[in-house]
Design a protein around this ligand. Structure first.
Ligand code: PLP
Length: 449
């Protein structure tokens, strides 16, 4: 799929003048540059976007699982314009009304005692800050994270990332350790057994681990939802060993799961939480790292050795505040929960119809369809010979076929990642599901070869 984080299409196709210019002068992310095929987007409205040839697509993955309000969030658009004309920028040592109020809002919508936020400009920076805070606060260095995870591209966050995107950046920062995952469908370890393994890892590391860092529901590594008891028990295990629990809510946060945050699905309050993406519905680049009051107070007497020129950028936090107010005023979190059930039911129908669907997973508007070439043996399609992007070309073809039918759906490894804007209607879901239905005929056929 052309719009996915990984570019694999070797067909250079017809690029228009703008696309050609872009290809020449701008790096495509996570890709072999010769294969990059930028598509110019000229308009975006509601849950749809339009390319330069006038083709419309339903945005069934909210771009990179981030445009949670779709593309017509007027309140956010106005807040950005207003703030830009009032105070477009001041240094982080000053404050603005929007920054203070967004800090207060985040304390309100995040669970329990999480109360003080560091603002940055992306998910990866939110994770960098979480790692540093955990190290400063505990005085310990090691971070345990899991293999099937993505936490960002800068050096700290790529080092705690477990998926193959980390490989080219290894050895990364010292002190990162990977643990197994709660992945019942594809791993030999039972999810709860994998937890006992983490318990033993913590034991064997002695008292040297600052934090255990997890996505409460794994996002780009296949929408992995752990059993209900998993996250509460993980917090217990971490605390028993003097380690903090960091939940990376960059993708799962802000209504995606039908709750404010992924950890709310399991009633767990982490010690530190990272956010980005849905925090502004992607209207502005903004990351946030929130900590509980005990950790916050530690920095009253110990220096908070961290910051950026753009920390708490007024225009970005104005977008964040307007976004959260929109979730609240339009009851979008509850809506995601309700309409998410409808989405889940339609996906289950696809699974019944198409033998190449191995498993469907997810909650709310955060769903995955994992493909298989052998239902009983659960063999993944895996033709692509690329260590960084080991998924299959078949899942790319499924996405590409859905795209030809008017729906953009991202994929990773062997899984279609379905994460539409929280504003999507049932009719729009039906339209997108029909396009994926056509796409899955391709994987059904590939099973036979
Ligand atoms: N953490 C998670 C769970 C993510 O899904 C991502 C991005 O997909 C990141 C961190 C990194 O965020 P960003 O791309 O904004 O740096």
């Amino acid at each position: 799929s052309k719009q996915d984080s990984f570019e694999t299409d070797s067909d250079t196709g017809d690029l228009n003048e703008i696309e050609q210019l872009d290809k020449e002068h701008v790096f495509g992310t996570w890709s072999y540059q010769k294969e990059v095929q930028p598509t110019q987007v000229v308009d975006a409205d509601g849950v749809r976007f339009t390319d330069a040839d006038g083709n419309d697509f339903i945005d069934f993955s909210s771009q990179l699982m981030c445009s949670n309000l779709g593309h017509s969030a007027e309140k956010v658009e106005e807040a950005i314009a207003e703030q830009a004309s009032k105070v477009g920028y001041v240094a982080p040592s000053y404050t603005t009304e929007v920054r203070a109020k967004l800090g207060q809002k985040l304390a309100e919508v995040t669970p329990g005692d999480l109360s003080k936020t560091f603002f940055s400009t992306s998910g990866t920076e939110a994770v960098e800050a979480a790692i540093k805070i955990a190290r400063f606060y505990t005085g310990k260095q090691k971070i345990i994270s899991r293999y099937r995870s993505y936490h960002g591209a800068t050096y700290g966050s790529i080092s705690v990332t477990g998926d193959p995107r980390r490989l080219e950046s290894e050895p990364g920062i010292p002190g990162t350790i990977k643990a197994p995952d709660p992945y019942a469908y594809g791993s030999t370890l039972d999810p709860m057994e994998s937890l006992e393994y983490i318990d033993e890892m913590l034991e064997l590391e002695g008292n040297t681990v600052a934090a255990v860092l997890v996505e409460p529901i794994v996002g780009s590594n296949g929408i992995l939802v752990p059993p209900d008891e998993y996250l509460p028990r993980l917090k217990e295990i971490a605390h028993d060993h003097g380690a903090l629990l960091i939940c990376d809510e960059v993708m799962a946060g802000f209504g995606r799961t039908g709750e404010w945050f992924g950890c709310d699905v399991f009633d767990v309050e982490p010690d530190i939480m990272t956010m980005a993406k849905g925090l502004t519905g992607a209207y502005q680049p903004l990351g946030a790292t929130i900590v509980n009051s005990e950790i916050a107070e530690h920095f009253d007497e110990n220096m908070f050795c961290h910051g950026h020129t753009y920390a708490g950028h007024p225009v970005a936090v104005a977008a964040g505040l307007a976004t959260i107010e929109t979730y609240q005023e339009e009851n979008l979190i509850e809506r995601a929960n309700e309409i998410g059930k409808y989405l889940g039911a339609q996906i289950d129908k696809l699974a019944e119809k198409h033998p190449s669907v191995g498993e469907t997973r997810g909650v709310g508007l955060f769903r995955g369809i994992e493909l298989t070439k052998h239902s009983e043996k659960r063999v993944p399609f895996g033709e692509r010979e690329d260590k960084i992007n080991p998924g299959s070309t078949v899942v790319d073809e499924v996405s590409a076929t859905a795209y030809e039918s008017g729906t953009y759906v991202a994929n990773m490894i062997n899984t279609l990642i379905i994460a539409p804007p929280l504003t999507i209607t049932k009719d729009e879901i039906d339209e997108a599901i029909n396009a994926i239905d056509v796409g899955l005929d391709v994987s059904d056929n590939a099973m036979k070869q």
